[in-house]
Design a binder for this molecule. Structure first.
Ligand SMILES: [Zn+2]
Length: 506
């Protein structure tokens, strides 16, 4: 702060939102009972060559001015994070959890965060998270710290019922553990509601058990979407490590929506009108896209050929590498995006091809064009091709109750457990020697695998896809080795390689 003509400058590659901090900070200081000093104020954001954005520095700038003008004397080192309203209220900012965690790694011991984000920030370990609802409260905290923590002003905010505070103000993981599970309402249908489609139910069980990408092909009304919507109820919850990553992704993606560790495995189903940027991530603040929000979970794309070509091509890198690099003027980020693709499509533009009732009047070229929207590299990723015929009336009215979600979820969890115990990853990510070792085929099974591959003219990659699914079939059967029956089952879910044949079969 310098004498001279009153002014307020922010230097150090600040984006628009950060430049506008000047207005928010000025308003917040005046409305919090402090004086806005009539001096020349320069805020220097270091390092100068790194772009800075967003509103998370508002509180730091405001407190800097209040302390710099000697209205408050701060004792000790504090980190502070939060956006300010003109009235001086503190608002949550995206990415609170990873920012607090990064501060902890830099040996910052205390951090003031917006009260509404305290449950999220407190998931970071090794740092005391102190909530404040307003700029005035934050300023009081700085002052009070000199006289010790006993005098800390009690935070003025409502405790979420999921979050219980310990005497030291921290929140333990166990106490908020359940909160994350409720972030997505459990409204998914039960598998018992799916009539008929035994083959597709089996395909889905294989796909979820081994983490395989799967494509469902069938006419409208065959139950593709209903089947997909049962997925969240069939997947096991995230383990501790996955849960931490998912929680950080949720933190970066939104503001104040994280109230505890995310435990539920992600299931994302973006509409086919989704843009490239929304699919891969991007925007002014490098927000994660659907491929990242689906990390360690399922990305469901209904009406696959209707998606924008660019948005589909964008799936290649994440499907290959399990991560996605996004860049925006001067900034770049790599986000995790190891998801399982489940997709659905009609067999032809009108949807009735392959039913044999003469209703499909699509020209062969139109069918080819429709199928051709799914590029070769994307097809290559699909381990399971599931044809879903129209449900016959007798199947629909039959009294026999199909198996429900709970039983299938149990088998899926057990099969995944076997895989992780054996090779530390799901079968869908096995290849080469590791895949052969996991399959551990005896002579007859090896001969059968070669026979199947020759018959269908599969390349090495095609054969690997067969072995992966066969390994999952064996895991569901609790078999140590892949046997002929597992290979035969996997072969039933393979594409034949002929484009139109793939789509119109069944
Ligand atoms: Zn048609």
């Amino acid at each position: 702060m310098a004498p001279g003509l009153p002014g307020f400058t922010i230097v150090g590659l600040a984006d628009t939102a950060l430049q506008e901090a000047r207005e928010r900070v000025r308003g917040a200081i005046r409305n919090s009972g402090y004086e806005y000093p009539p001096r020349r104020i320069t805020v220097n954001l270091a390092p100068a060559d790194l772009r800075k954005g967003g509103a998370s520095l508002d509180l730091a700038i405001a407190l800097g001015i209040i302390v710099g003008s000697e209205q408050v004397t701060a004792a000790g080192r504090w980190a502070v994070l939060g956006e300010l309203s003109l009235g001086g209220e503190l608002r949550p900012v995206p990415g609170l959890l990873p920012m607090v965690a990064a501060l902890a790694r830099r040996h910052v011991r205390r951090v003031i965060v917006p009260a509404t984000g305290v449950a999220e920030a407190a998931l970071a370990e090794g740092v005391e998270v102190v909530p404040a609802a307003t700029l005035a409260e934050a300023a009081t905290l700085l002052r009070a710290s000199r006289r010790g923590r006993a005098r800390l002003v009690p935070p003025r905010f409502e405790l979420a019922e999921d979050v219980r505070f310990e005497s030291d103000g921290g929140v333990t993981r166990e106490e908020v553990g359940d909160a994350g599970g409720r972030q997505v309402p459990a409204a998914e249908p039960d598998l018992a509601e799916v009539r008929g489609q035994l083959e597709a139910r089996r395909g889905l069980e294989l796909a979820l058990a081994g983490g395989h990408c799967m494509l469902m092909i069938g006419p409208p009304g065959s139950g593709k979407t209903l089947l997909a919507r049962t997925i969240p109820g069939l997947l096991p919850p995230l383990d501790d490590k996955e849960s931490r990553v998912a929680t950080i992704i949720a933190s970066v993606a939104g503001t104040g929506s994280v109230s505890g560790l995310v435990r539920r495995r992600p299931f994302r189903s973006p509409h086919h009108t989704i843009s490239y940027a929304a699919m891969v991530g991007g925007g002014p603040h490098l927000s994660p896209g659907e491929v990242t929000l689906a990390h360690d979970g399922v990305l469901f794309l209904d009406e696959l050929p209707e998606f924008d070509r660019g948005a589909l091509e964008a799936l290649r890198q994440p499907l290959e590498d399990g991560q996605v690099a996004i860049a925006r003027v001067g900034r770049a980020a790599v986000f995790p995006s190891r998801f399982q693709l489940v997709a659905a499509m009609n067999p032809c533009p009108c949807g009735h091809a392959g039913e044999g009732d003469g209703r499909c009047r699509c020209q062969p070229t139109a069918v080819d064009r429709y199928a051709g929207r799914i590029s070769g590299p994307l097809r290559d990723r699909i381990d399971l091709w599931v044809h879903m015929p129209r449900v016959r009336p007798e199947e629909y009215v039959a009294q026999a109750n199909p198996e429900g979600s709970a039983a299938v979820a149990e088998r899926v969890a057990a099969a995944r457990h076997r895989q992780l115990g054996r090779q530390d990853c799901l079968n869908a990510r096995l290849s080469g020697r590791a895949l052969r070792a996991a399959c551990d085929m005896a002579g007859p099974a090896q001969a059968q695998a070669i026979r199947l591959a020759d018959l269908e003219g599969w390349s090495a990659r095609g054969t690997e896809r067969l072995l992966r699914v066969a390994r999952t079939a064996a895991d569901l059967a609790e078999a140590e080795r892949v046997e002929c029956s597992h290979l035969d089952e996997a072969a039933r879910f393979r594409a034949s390689g002929r484009q139109r044949g793939d789509l119109a079969a069944g």
